[in-house]
Every structure is written in structure tokens, then in C-alpha cells.
Design a protein around this ligand. Structure first.
Ligand code: B12
Ligand code: SF4
Length: 504
């Protein structure tokens, strides 16, 4: 497998994410340091019906790793939501004793002890590009790796966490993620499918920046940010040239791309950057794209420019219409006014699709809080929007965890059971509604309000939701079908307009 110049092969494993940007950046770093890389995309993502790993898949994984006699095996653990699979993979690769194992990724950075205490010899926290290469070099040369910055390991029965280091303040120094991983495969459905599974994609995923300036208590971003050395910018933005280089490469290899998702926590709105982006993107890419934004970051001028360049969907978190929940619980300090203003700005940009997220029916929420979310949605200055209603997942290491325990909603033990529950249960919490009937009625009214045909009925129901339970439930069931149909319409329009080269 290794070429003439090669220092050996490193194996990287991504879980439930065939586009895994983090792993693709690591592949670039290892290749630049003269390693061959075998990347294994382990199982496809499906949040509706998450599928646990099978014994056959574990066996196939070990066989594929064994075949290249790697210098190391890197497991990318971005999320804690599928730890039941990770745990089995960790146990299998440790038992097979093929090569030293190192874990990294957002969850591994927050909870390195989770892996070290399971016998994984190394964890690398935060940016892995540079420390991983140093670890591979040390292991292949038989040197002691324990002085490598950002490395965590176990010594004398204790976890040792080296200080974070080797962070590139200029993200361009990391290069671009590998788009077509030459020696990669997908393991899923008890099969090995050789080749990079991303190549057939219709939508390409990219991040132009890393990090977020906000401090939401239910999100890991602020906890990751606190780990970075002093002086690291909360948001590091790539140059437009680097983003374009990646997208041009993506268009070369992924022939079916019809759409680009920018998965920056908040799409950059630096004035000079946006102008250059719009110019270059229109010239070289010219594909419809989506972005995530924030009520405090929507700028009319920026949005208008982006819409002209192909922006067709803006997704923004609102999370609650209750100022108490937003400020005191979620640590989101925008006001209802900020939110309504941002929604107006987005609507005025005439972007094809606007999606707003709300996080409802969690232990902190009272009936009055959810009713306030309904009132806020009613006050939206437009009828042109889609609502994504979610539950709250308690993510390990986030600021909301001690808040929920101190408030007495869950004991520490119960919280651990929830945070480390099996995959189906965790993804269930994200989508599921489990609350009092009255809360469910308000939830249904919020959902119904996104369809103007239900406005009159909602105004009637809101006077006494419990008296209208049957009607609300019936309308909600039908509105769910409308929601699904509208989703098909949205996707269809994107493809048709793209094919006909029509503006959005
Ligand atoms: C973009 C993003 C996504 C995209 C991913 C796009 C893609 N093509 O990869 C999408 C929208 C698909 C997504 C999905 C989900 N996400 Co997400 N996502 C993010 C976000 C905002 C940025 C991740 C990213 O791409 N960063 C840029 C890349 C370059 O960095 P990176 O992935 O961290 O990788 C670097 C290091 O971590 C490290 N590293 C990574 N792997 C490895 C492996 C080794 C061996 C080593 C040494 C180092 C290493 O080196 C990499 C290069 O520097 C993060 C927030 C964050 N700050 O991490 C949340 C985040 C990771 N997501 C999160 C969650 C919960 C999810 C979902 C479960 C959501 C859901 N309910 O469906 C799914 C799970 C998907 C999956 N299979 O893992 C949580 C995870 C927290 C947790 N405890 O679970 C985060 C932290 C946000 C949050 N709410 O707190 N996500
Ligand atoms: S704005 Fe989004 S990415 Fe940033 S901290 Fe809040 S939830 Fe996390």
C-alpha cells in the first residue's frame, strides 16, 4: 500500500458521517507528511432510524485495518450520540491489537477520560492535524510520544492531559480537506463498499470557518472554545481562496453536486470577506447554497449579496420565545425584538427558503414558556418560513448539565443515563415530544402556525387549547403530511431551478 516515499499507512475511521470534514483534514495533514491513509467511513448517517453496529461490520472493520499494517488507528468521535457503536469498535480494535489507537474529535476533546479509561492509549484534543502527524512519527520511530502538545494519555493509573498546542491561527495552514480519499471505503449493511462514498453526493459540505462567538449552554462550542490557548480567536476564518480551491476540487470529483451546504456555525459576515466570496463563488462555483446564521448576525447588505450569489436557504436558531428560557437557561442573549428584526431582514432578502429552529419540551420549560414560543412565532413579520421543532439533548460537558442537576430535574446518575443512553433513545429525544397534554397542544399550535391556512383555526384554539384537543391533534396530523410534501417541493425546486439555470 505504501509508496516509495511513504512513511507507512495511517488508518482513520469516521462514524456515521461519509463526508466527515474533520477526518478529511487529517487525511490531508498525514498525506502532506508522507503517510498513506486508509479512511474507513463506518456506517451511514440516519438520525430517524439510527442503526447500531453488527458483529459482521466489526469483523470487516478489523480485517480492513489489519490488511494495511497501520502505524496507528485514528477514531474520530465527533458526537456522543452513537457511543454504543464507538464502544464496540474501541473494544474490537483494542482486542485485535493491530496498532496503537488514538481518539479525537469534538466529544473526545471534551471527555478524553471516557476513552483513556477504556484502555485507549491516546487522545488528541482539538485540532488534530499537527499532533497526529507527530504521534505517527513518534510511533513509527519507536520514540516516546508523551511530550506531544494536545496529547492525552494514561500514566500510573492517572489521566495526563498535555496543554493544547500547535494550533494554526491561520486555518489556511492546514490546507484543504481531502475530497477524494484514494484508499477509502464505506462499511455498512454488513458490506465493504470500496471507494470514497462522498463522490456520488448531490450536496457538498464545507466549513469556511471554525468556532462560534456565542455561549449557548446546551452546545459544546463554548466548552471547546475554553480549551483553546489564550489568544486563539473564537472564530477562525479561512481565506476565500482556500474555500474556492476546495469547492473547485469538489466540483471536479463529485460530478453530481447540485448544492453546497456551508456548515459554519455562523456563516462569515466580515464585509471584505463576503465581497470577495461573492465574486469568486459566482465565477467559479455558481451553485445554490445554504448557510446557518444567528439573530445577532444577520446583516441586510450581506444577505442581499449572498442571495445574488446563490444563497437559497438560511437556517437560524431561535430556540425559544420565552426570554427567561433564552437568557437564563440557554444563555442566548438576543431579545424577541432582535429575533423579529432578523426574520424581517431574512425575508426582505427574498431568499428562497428560511428555516427557524426551536427547541421545545425540555425540563426547564413551563406551559407559559411554550405559550410564549407560540406568541413569538405568531408575531413573525412574514408567512414565508419553515419551522424545525426539536427536543433538547443533554450533551456531555455542556454548561446546561450542572444547571439541570442543580435545579433538581435530574440526579447526576439520571443525567449520565440520559447522556450516554443508546443511540435510538438519544436521537428519539431530539425528535420526540414527551410532555403534558397541554404542552403538546401548544407545540402543535406552533407547528400549525407555519401554514397560513391554519391561522384562523389557531386563533380559535389558542383561547382554550384543552377544549380543542381533538381538533388540534387532527390538524396537526394532517399538517405533518403538508410539511413532508413541502420538503419534497423544496428539494424538487432546487434541483429543477438548478438544471434550468433559473434564479432562485
Ligand atoms: C458541521 C457540524 C456538523 C455537520 C458535519 C458536516 C461534515 N461534513 O462533517 C452535520 C450538520 C452533518 C453535523 C451532524 C451532527 N452533529 Co454536528 N457539528 C458540526 C460543527 C458545527 C462543526 C464540525 C466541523 O466540521 N468542524 C470543522 C472540522 C475540521 O473540525 P472537527 O470535525 O472538530 O475535526 C477536527 C478535530 O476535532 C480533530 N479530530 C476529529 N476527528 C479526529 C480523529 C483523530 C484520531 C484525531 C487525532 C483528531 C480528530 O481534528 C480535526 C481537524 O482539526 C460541530 C461543532 C464543533 N465546534 O465541533 C457540531 C457538533 C460536533 N455536532 C454535534 C452533534 C450533536 C451532531 C449530530 C449528532 C446532530 C444530530 N442530532 O443529528 C450529528 C452527528 C453527525 C455525526 N455522524 O457525527 C455536537 C456533538 C456534541 C456531542 N456530544 O454529541 C457538536 C459539538 C455541536 C453541539 N451541539 O455541541 N454536524
Ligand atoms: S450559536 Fe449555535 S453554534 Fe454558537 S454556541 Fe449557540 S448553538 Fe452553538
Amino acid at each position: 500500500m505504501a509508496g516509495n516515499k511513504s512513511k507507512g499507512t495511517a488508518v482513520l475511521v469516521a462514524f456515521y458521517n461519509v463526508k466527515a470534514l474533520g477526518v478529511r483534514y487529517l487525511e490531508t495533514a498525514l498525506r502532506n507528511a508522507d503517510y498513506d491513509v486508509r479512511t474507513i467511513y463506518f456506517k451511514q448517517f440516519n438520525s430517524a432510524v439510527p442503526r447500531p453496529v453488527t458483529q459482521t461490520e466489526l469483523k470487516l472493520l478489523c480485517e480492513q485495518i489489519q490488511a494495511v499494517h497501520p502505524v496507528l488507528i485514528g477514531l474520530s468521535v465527533m458526537s456522543s450520540m452513537y457511543l454504543e457503536t464507538i464502544d464496540q469498535v474501541v473494544a474490537s480494535v483494542l482486542k485485535a491489537n493491530i496498532a496503537p489507537v488514538v481518539c479525537g474529535g469534538a466529544f473526545a476533546s471534551i471527555k478524553p477520560e471516557y476513552f483513556l479509561e477504556k484502555g485507549v492509549p491516546y487522545v488528541i484534543r482539538l485540532d488534530g492535524e499537527r499532533p497526529l502527524v507527530l504521534l505517527a512519527d513518534a510511533l513509527r520511530e519507536g520514540r516516546d510520544p508523551r511530550d506531544i502538545p494536545s496529547l492525552a494519555y494514561r500514566q500510573d493509573g492517572k489521566n495526563v492531559l498535555n496543554a493544547i498546542g500547535l494550533i494554526a491561527h491561520d486555518l489556511d495552514e492546514y490546507g484543504e480537506p481531502t475530497i477524494c480519499c484514494p484508499d477509502s471505503m464505506l462499511i455498512d449493511n454488513d458490506q465493504v463498499v470500496p471507494g470514497d462514498p462522498q463522490l456520488k453526493t448531490l450536496s457538498y459540505e464545507v466549513v469556511a470557518s471554525r468556532g462560534c462567538p456565542f455561549t449557548c449552554s446546551y452546545c459544546t462550542d463554548i466548552n471547546l472554545r475554553r480549551l483553546y490557548p489564550k489568544g486563539t480567536l473564537p472564530v477562525r476564518t479561512r481565506s476565500v481562496q482556500s474555500v474556492m480551491k476546495e469547492l473547485k476540487e469538489a466540483m471536479k470529483y463529485c460530478k453530481n453536486i447540485a448544492f453546497v451546504h456551508f456548515y459554519d456555525e455562523i456563516f462569515p459576515n466580515l464585509p471584505g470577506w463576503v465581497d470577495e466570496f461573492v465574486k469568486e463563488y459566482t465565477k467559479y462555483v455558481n451553485l445554490p447554497f445554504s448557510i446557518w446564521t444567528h439573530p445577532k448576525m444577520t446583516d441586510p447588505e450581506v444577505l442581499n449579496k449572498l442571495v445574488k450569489a446563490g444563497l437559497i436557504e438560511v437556517i437560524m436558531g431561535i430556540q425559544s420565545g420565552s426570554p427567561h428560557i433564552r437568557n437564563d437557561v440557554f444563555h442566548r442573549y438576543e431579545t424577541n425584538n432582535d429575533i423579529l428584526k432578523a426574520i424581517k431582514t431574512i425575508a426582505d432578502s427574498h431568499v428562497f427558503w428560511c428555516t427557524y429552529d426551536l427547541m421545545l419540551q425540555h425540563p426547564f420549560e413551563t406551559i407559559d414558556d411554550i405559550r410564549q414560543s407560540y406568541e413569538l412565532v405568531k408575531a413573525f413579520p412574514t408567512n414565508h418560513f419553515e419551522l424545525q421543532l426539536h427536543g433538547l439533548n443533554f450533551l456531555p460537558g455542556t454548561d446546561i448539565i450542572p444547571m439541570a442537576i442543580n435545579a433538581g430535574y435530574l440526579t447526576e446518575e439520571e443525567m449520565n443515563e440520559v447522556m450516554y443512553a443508546p443511540m435510538a433513545q438519544q436521537f428519539g429525544t431530539f425528535h420526540k415530544r414527551e410532555a403534558s397534554v397541554e404542552s403538546q397542544m401548544w407545540y402543535d399550535l406552533i407547528f400549525l402556525w407555519q401554514f397560513p391556512r391554519y391561522h384562523k383555526k389557531c386563533l380559535k384554539y389558542e383561547k382554550d387549547v384543552m377544549a380543542h384537543q381533538k381538533e388540534i391533534e387532527k390538524d396537526y396530523a394532517f399538517a405533518q403530511k403538508l410539511f413532508n410534501l413541502r420538503y419534497v417541493y423544496k428539494k424538487g425546486m432546487i434541483v429543477i431551478k438548478r438544471r434550468l439555470r433559473k434564479p432562485f
